[in-house]
Design a protein around this ligand. Sequence first.
Ligand SMILES: [Zn+2]
Length: 317
Amino acid sequence: MPITLLTGFLGAGKTTLLNRVLSGDHGLRIGVLVNDFGAINIDAALVQSVEENTISLTNGCVCCEIRDDLVASIEELLARTDAVDHVILEASGVADPAGIVMTFLDARYAESLRIDSIICLIDAEGIFRDGDDDQLSALKLRQVAFADLVVLNKTDLVTPAHVAVIKDWIDLHMKRIRIVETAHGDAPLEVLLGAGRFDPTRVPPPSSEADCLAGTSFERWSYRAESTFSADSLQRMVKRELPASVYRCKGIVFIADSSQAHALQIVGRRCDLTPLDLGHGPQSTTSEIVAIGRHIDKGHLARLFDTCLTKSSARAD
Ligand SMILES: [Zn+2]
């Protein structure tokens, strides 16, 4: 079974790209493994075709903390070979691909699993945002180093000159990596699936476990609210008050004057709210938000989101 590994730092657009692939016209039955960093797997809810072939890996990073869960999930999918033609693993944004690749290259999968491609997404707008943080820069570079395809995403948000700077940066550190420029992850399906680009001889040398920053350097935070949010207040708060040490927030939230759930995506100073179709059946009206960052003042963060809630806690149906 071919497996595609999707990597890239927090907020690069991995789930968007994954959704484009899943809804694409390729005729493949795709098994999906989604690894989210928080206790609540928001990404799994955001993956459009949440079916029996989507397995969500929560509460840790698959490259280090919950590698056993990754192994169990792969075996579960391999046992269903009649149902799945191709597997895509969306790694958490802080994962070092080394740990994941090592798991896939394990001798026990030599007959059953083949890495098709390792795709690294880069947020063209945010790639240099934490440039003064050596640990983060090193992680981002390792994610690129393992890739056989770089999808330079969100190029619609930057100038051509900035795109050129990023390409020079990639070129400086690793030669001859194929780069595809996209906005909203709209890369052609042919370059994403069944590419067969992965070359085990090109894998960078193994490194110490410490390369993944998931367990040590990042803090996770989660938040729940029964009341609805004011969209304006959220936008304003993210623009003016959200601490820069919060790298990424996402969630499923309910907005005042709307009966629909919304996906909340916060990257840098950008806050996007998109209506969500959560499918049939009774729906919870609880808003859930997760965040990841460093040196997060959790009480302060909770208060910031509290200020964006509308007064009434009762939701009109
Ligand atoms: Zn990890």
